[in-house]
Design a binder for this molecule. Structure first.
Ligand code: RUG
Length: 827
């Protein structure tokens, strides 16, 4: 028998943890304690980084009691929670968000002032964790914010990349990537737990063995790494709830080899360590090489295996009856990246926990749900079976069996329709594993991220599966958190809204509807317009300090910020800018006739995506010429601040007048930038694509500038044969803009520099930018006309805000809960 441990007797040891006093004095005391005891410095000797760390620690202290309570509740409660599996979380800065959640923003400002410090200077030091690429990662961050705010138990699981999305700089207008060493000064928001590391295995082989007359298979791995959890608080807004984000970092099982080191082979001594740590080194390693591909699969399995083991072995009680797992958890697969979790859960249940295959499969099918975020075939991951077999041999075996049994069911239903069986097989004809198919077969539900996207997913990408699994497909339109993207980013608008309709809208965004009548109130319009003007001035200040740009505050701010991808069609917007410039310099219009506009671009191109990088170069080149040409008389300006990220978005979005959402119809799954702009009172010029469709339906045709082909029109044009040159010939302005680029007007007279971009458009144009140019230019004229009528424009902008409450991520979460998760809030 084990000796009993001494029990705590001190009253403090058994009392619940309490928060420091929420007063200026209480805050000052805690801040100084953190500075002195946590950083080991006196205020007078502290560096800005010390102060930032002490401030962050103080905010953490206020959240701690609630967090510990929620962690306890999560372990003891019998209720169901969401385990969100995502390779990306694009969190943005934490300090302001966490201050907002605790309601301590003002107290903290006053407390720091009382210490002779300016909180703005301290908060500017925070480096945002760029642990995501774009929309998908930011969506995950919005979702965990909403779940915490709604009191739904949730753990977000992901990877703690040592280097996040690269830092973009421009050299001679061309993108240069630099490592994003966001951890170089440490992170005050994370709680590492090396003692709780999980062992994650790779490689090796499988073997069969006799288990009491039953032949079973087991995995004999060849090597393993440690997955070290780093916990982050995810506070709800003003509700005392704090969920957890758990990011895994890779460490070597046997790190440093002292004997080899002492023999003088220093590189060999750290080889194993380096190899293991590479797994969580960078977000999306370049995967055009076989090594890069393998590393990605290692990353995916690494975090998913650690997360499933964490939930099953640590969070659930030791004697938990695993047949009841679906009552306790739903693993939401954010895109195909975590889909290897399906065979992993099967392996855990069958090989480790000894369940029968059929019972394990029944549990697995209830425990997963899959969100698809794309329609682009190249974004639906497939893994070559030789790679999978080498890295995860047992998982490949499991996938084969899942596929065999699934195809038996298909045969039972349709007979030997070999064509259909080939189409539906999880294993492609070349042997590759189609991860989206695996997720669809295993998932209890499959959802797209906007109405149109979900429809196209059913009709065009996975139609056989939709027929085979009636009721499995559903839609949940994306959303964004109004806490970060309205309240924090746009305090002026938030104040105006609260003054007008009262508080409460931040957690019930449909209430923005109450603003509608005020669109007809001249004094409200004026207040609204002054908020927009102030936001533009704030952006101008930021861009001046950050990049040395000058923004003319009399200009319309026309913004296109998103990843650089051909389907998003930054080239379409650029061609329109060039055509306006061309019209001025060729004397076809006088500068006075042109609406003064500043075009703001923000975009990173994937490091290996050559065409996207050429487009970035061209945007910068056009900007350089247009901005300095005296004939333009300052009526047009093109600004491209490098390294667009969440922090910059929080400045750009509230300042924008016009939001460019101009992807080819049928290509953008949803978009979430489009929602942020509408909520902040920008009008959208956009195609009928992704969530634009729903934005237009809600805000009304008259408050949205629609242009371009619809998705069925795109499909017809593609079928009948698309010849971009026909569209060039039919539009003189387009022809002339392309000619101007080809003439070398933006490349010191050397037409060859941008020839690949022009030639790609004129001869291929895979995303039909030229086909939509004429219609886009016509829509831009409507923009100019409405903008000339300030009152009418402001009225439309107000109606955009009032009618966009639907796009709160709280609503998305309610839809996931109703349609997929069935996880009630825990009071
Ligand atoms: O491209 C999509 C966006 O349309 C969408 O809004 C976002 C969130 O759902 O996800 C983006 N996405 C898609 N990011 N990566 C992929 C690849 O599957």
């Amino acid at each position: 028998s084990t000796p009993s441990r001494p029990q705590p007797t001190h009253p403090l040891a058994v009392a619940p943890v309490t928060a420091p006093e929420a007063t200026v004095d209480g805050f000052v005391e805690q801040f100084l304690r953190n500075l002195n005891n946590g950083r080991g410095v006196a205020l007078s000797a502290s560096t800005p980084n010390d102060r930032y760390f002490a401030l962050a620690a103080t905010v953490r202290d206020y959240l701690m009691a609630r967090w510990l309570e929620d962690v306890r509740r999560q372990r003891t409660a019998q209720s169901k929670g969401v385990a969100y599996l995502s390779a990306e979380y694009l969190l943005g800065r934490q300090l302001d968000n966490n201050l907002l959640a605790t309601g301590l923003t003002e107290i903290a400002g006053e407390a720091l002032a009382a210490c002779g410090l300016d909180i703005d200077e301290v908060r500017a030091l925070e480096i945002e964790p760029g642990l995501g690429n774009g929309g998908l990662g930011r969506l995950a961050a919005c979702f965990i914010d909403s779940l915490a705010t709604m009191g739904v138990p949730n753990i977000g699981y992901g990877i703690r990349y040592e280097y996040g999305i690269f830092r973009q700089t421009f050299v001679d207008g061309q993108q240069v990537e630099q490592a994003d060493s966001w951890l170089s000064l440490g992170s005050p928001w994370e709680f590492p737990h090396p003692e709780a590391a999980q062992t994650i295995s790779f490689g090796g082989h499988t073997e069969t063995y006799d288990d009491d007359g039953v032949v079973r298979s087991r995995w004999i791995p060849a090597w393993n790494v440690q997955a070290v959890p780093h916990n982050y608080m995810v506070p709800g807004y003003h509700n005392g709830r704090v969920n957890t984000l758990r990011l895994w970092s890779a460490q070597a099982t046997q790190g440093f080899d002292l004997r080899t080191f002492n023999s003088g082979d220093y590189q060999e001594a750290v080889r194993a360590q380096t190899y293991a740590e590479n797994i969580s080194k960078v977000l999306y390693p370049e995967d055009s090489t076989p090594q890069g591909k393998e590393l990605r699969l290692q990353q995916q399995y690494f975090f998913v295996a650690a997360s499933i083991s964490d939930f099953v072995n640590l969070i659930l009680p030791r004697d938990f009856d695993l047949t009841r797992l679906p009552e306790r958890v739903i693993f939401q697969l954010n895109d195909t990246h975590p889909v290897i979790g399906v065979p992993e859960l099967m392996r855990v249940l069958v090989d480790e926990k000894g369940l029968e295959w059929d019972a394990a499969w029944a549990i697995t099918r209830e425990c997963f749900a899959y969100t698809c975020h794309t329609l682009l075939p190249e974004a639906l991951e497939v893994w070559p079976s030789d790679l999978l077999g080498r890295l995860l041999p047992r998982h490949l075996e499991i996938i084969y069996r899942i596929n065999d049994e699934f195809l038996d069911e298909v045969r039972e239903r349709y007979g030997d329709d070999e064509d259909r069986i080939r189409r539906m097989s999880i294993i492609a004809p070349d042997g590759a594993v189609r991860m989206a198919f695996l997720a669809t077969v295993a998932g209890s539900k499959v959802n797209g991220v906007a109405e149109l996207h979900s429809q196209l997913l059913r009709e065009k990408v996975l139609p056989d599966f939709d027929e085979f699994f009636p009721g499995k497909f559903t839609n949940v339109t994306n959303g964004v958190t109004p806490r970060r993207f309205v309240k924090l980013a746009n305090p002026g608008l938030s104040r105006l809204i609260t003054d007008t309709i009262g508080p409460g809208w931040l957690t019930d965004l449909d209430r923005l509807r109450e603003l509608e009548p005020f669109a007809d109130d001249a004094s409200f319009r004026q207040a609204f317009a002054s908020v927009k003007a102030a936001n533009k001035r704030a952006l101008a200040k930021t861009l001046h300090a950050r990049d040395g740009f000058t923004v003319d505050d009399g200009h319309m701010l026309d913004v296109m910020v998103k990843r650089l991808h051909e389907y998003k069609r930054q080239t379409l917007k650029l061609l329109h800018i060039v055509s306006q410039y061309d019209a001025i310099v060729s004397g076809r219009v006088s500068p006075a006739e042109v609406t003064p506009r500043t075009f703001v671009f923000g975009a990173k191109a994937a490091p290996g995506y050559a065409m996207a990088k050429r487009i970035i170069h061209l945007i910068n080149a056009v900007g350089e010429v247009v901005n300095s040409d005296p004939r333009v008389e300052g009526r047009l300006a093109v600004l491209f601040p490098p390294n667009y990220n969440v922090t910059l978005a929080e400045r750009v979005v509230p300042a924008a007048d016009l939001s460019e959402q101009i992807s080819l119809a049928g290509k953008e799954a949803s978009g979430t930038g489009n929602m942020k702009f509408a909520l902040n009172g920008a009008l959208t010029i956009g195609t009928d694509d992704g969530a634009n469709v729903e934005i237009r339906q809600l805000v009304g045709d008259e408050n949205f500038f629609l242009f371009g082909m619809t998705e069925p029109e795109v499909a017809t044009l593609a079928e009948t044969g698309y010849h971009p040159i026909d569209f060039v010939r039919a539009d003189e302005n387009l022809q002339s803009a392309l000619d101007l680029i080809s003439s070398g007007a933006f490349s010191c007279g050397d037409g060859s520099v941008f020839e690949p971009v022009v030639s790609n458009l004129v001869h291929h144009d895979p995303f039909m930018a030229l086909a939509d140019f004429t219609s886009y230019a016509a829509a831009q004229q409507k923009v100019d006309a409405l903008y000339a009528d300030t009152e009418a424009w402001t009225r439309s902008a107000i109606l955009n805000v009032a009618r966009s409450g639907f796009f709160s991520s709280d609503r998305s979460m309610r839809d996931y809960i109703d349609r997929i998760w069935h996880t009630p809030p825990v009071r």
